[in-house]
Ligand binder design. Structure first.
Ligand code: C2O
Ligand code: CU
Ligand code: CU
Length: 480
């Protein structure tokens, strides 16, 4: 019944007539010609104002994706009328979206044309340790080939893991989308990379070490909020035609939180590591740095433009939250309403609970202590420089009890291995899902279960407020 080329529709983001032509051309007359299909088309040019170009696959093999990626400094106009010198992948902000499907080999032929060393970390992806972007440091002018098989579908992202706060802050990040061809139709795919950047009055970027210790300790938030590298872009939608939003928080320190404007509704369908077990209708979504979400958005209401406002996630737990900031415009097109989505399946994905019998338990306390200038941040009493590696055995399951003894939130992130949250202060989460980044509030205790497979090596774990990681809230796990 289903057109085998259906994913094309999601990837290509074509308008109605083009879509029909394409589907006819690839031989899906049956489903393509039905008025029902056409009636589910997005408005013409719906994502043209913000779509991030996809990195071209340079290999004809359908199961291998080869792309060229170059980190380089370019002049871009992010704020109208101002030229800024950004650090980019392939001259774009954000870097090109990399698209592959589950099981593909991804080969990234990387060149560092920056004035300093860098690496690329594949956030959330189960890579072999040599591909995790820790070492080698790629020196200016050098090349490196990242190559690995992608085992899991989901919304991932890539960014440097050397001086990451500064390098991410200057513009180095991009989305890595891994599709599962067997996904049910969930809506037309749009990637939304949320970030911020500091742009001064003359267009220059706020230095990565601005405000010294205060910047490190509180986490630097750029003065300009971006969606796909743009200020307040517009996404068009059509009443009752579902969209699948893939969101990445790529900011070095800023949290994002929003509700949909108007009558449109959203259902969370995916998290850090692909689809969640069951759809979760939500009113607001919060993403701490590093986290991702997939939403099925159902546009509703009369034609017109609404502004999606970013709400203060209040990571400092202040009595009065900051005022909202505009993120993106949602334009409900004049087009006649669509047919509505097929109801979401009750089960999006079967996710088995992790068997934790006999699991070793380790405590991970995110803490602070006095340092030479002001407080320093650390894990289990030690800053990154003082820490001894933690240990875990290959092919074992561990429970980590992550606590936060500071007065502010910290997003805890583990490299290389995804986990399931067992409970937060004793309460199990409402959905089962794979995560690699989880926000920990002051005094909370979050228990996570981590299955370690057979990938020995040294893996980082840290707070994903990148300024905090650099102030010491980072450590190493040796899996052997
Ligand atoms: Cu997304 Cu160690 O980072
Ligand atoms: Cu990571
Ligand atoms: Cu932190």
């Amino acid at each position: 019944m289903d057109c085998p080329h259906a994913p094309l529709r999601r990837i290509a983001s074509l308008s109605g007539p083009c879509l029909l032509v394409l589907l006819l051309a690839v031989g899906c007359e049956k489903s393509a010609a039905t008025p029902e299909q056409i009636d589910l088309a997005q408005p013409a040019g719906w994502d043209a104002d913000l779509a991030v170009p996809v990195a071209p696959d340079l290999d004809p093999d359908p199961d291998t994706v080869v792309i060229d990626l170059e980190a380089k400094v370019v002049q871009l106009e992010v704020k109208t009328g101002l030229t800024s010198e950004l650090w980019t992948y392939n001259g774009q902000l954000p870097g090109p979206t990399i698209r592959a499907k589950k099981g593909d080999r991804l080969v990234v032929r990387f060149t560092n044309s920056l004035p300093e060393p860098t690496t690329i970390h594949w956030h959330g992806v189960r890579v072999p340790v040599e591909m995790d972007g820790m070492e080698p440091l790629i020196q200016p002018g050098e090349t490196f080939e990242y190559s690995y098989v992608i085992r899991d579908a989901g919304t991932y992202w890539y960014h440097p893991h050397h001086r990451s706060s500064a390098q991410v802050g200057y513009g180095l990040y991009g989305a890595l989308i891994v599709e599962d061809p067997s996904d049910p139709p969930l809506g037309d795919d749009v990637v939304l990379v949320l970030s911020d950047i500091g742009i001064e009055a003359d267009g220059s970027l706020t230095p990565g070490d601005s405000d010294g210790w205060f910047g490190d300790y509180f986490g630097r938030e750029g003065n300009t909020v971006l969606v796909n590298g743009r200020i307040l872009p517009t996404l068009a939608a059509r009443q009752d035609v579902p969209q699948r939003w893939r969101l990445v928080n790529a900011a070095r320190s800023r949290y994002f939180k929003f509700a949909l404007p108007g009558e449109s509704t959203m259902v969370r369908i995916g998290g850090d590591g692909g689809l969640i077990d069951r759809p979760e209708p939500i009113e607001t979504l919060q993403l701490s740095p590093g986290e991702r979400a997939e939403l099925q958005v159902m546009p509703k209401g009369t034609a017109g433009e609404l502004t999606l406002m970013g709400l203060d996630a209040n990571r400092f737990h202040l009595p009065v939250p900051d005022p909202p900031v505009p993120l993106m415009k949602l334009r409900i097109a004049e087009d006649a309403p669509g047919k509505g989505a097929k109801p979401l399946p009750e089960t999006l994905r079967t996710i088995e609970p992790i068997d934790t019998t006999g699991a070793r338990v380790q405590g991970i306390d995110l803490m602070e202590k006095p340092g030479p200038i002001g407080a320093v941040l650390g894990i289990n009493g030690k800053t990154m420089d003082e820490a001894e590696p933690l240990h875990a055995s290959i092919n074992s399951v561990e429970i980590w009890e992550v606590t936060n003894s500071t007065p502010y939130d910290h997003p805890f992130h583990l490299h290389g291995f995804s986990f399931q949250v067992l409970d937060i202060d004793g309460e199990a989460p409402v959905r089962r899902e794979w995560k690699d980044t989880v926000n920990v509030q002051p005094k909370q205790k979050i228990r996570i279960a981590i299955p370690f497979d057979d990938r020995p090596g040294h893996w980082m774990f840290h707070c994903h407020i990148l300024d905090h990681a650099e102030l010491g809230m980072m450590s190493v796990l040796e899996v052997k």
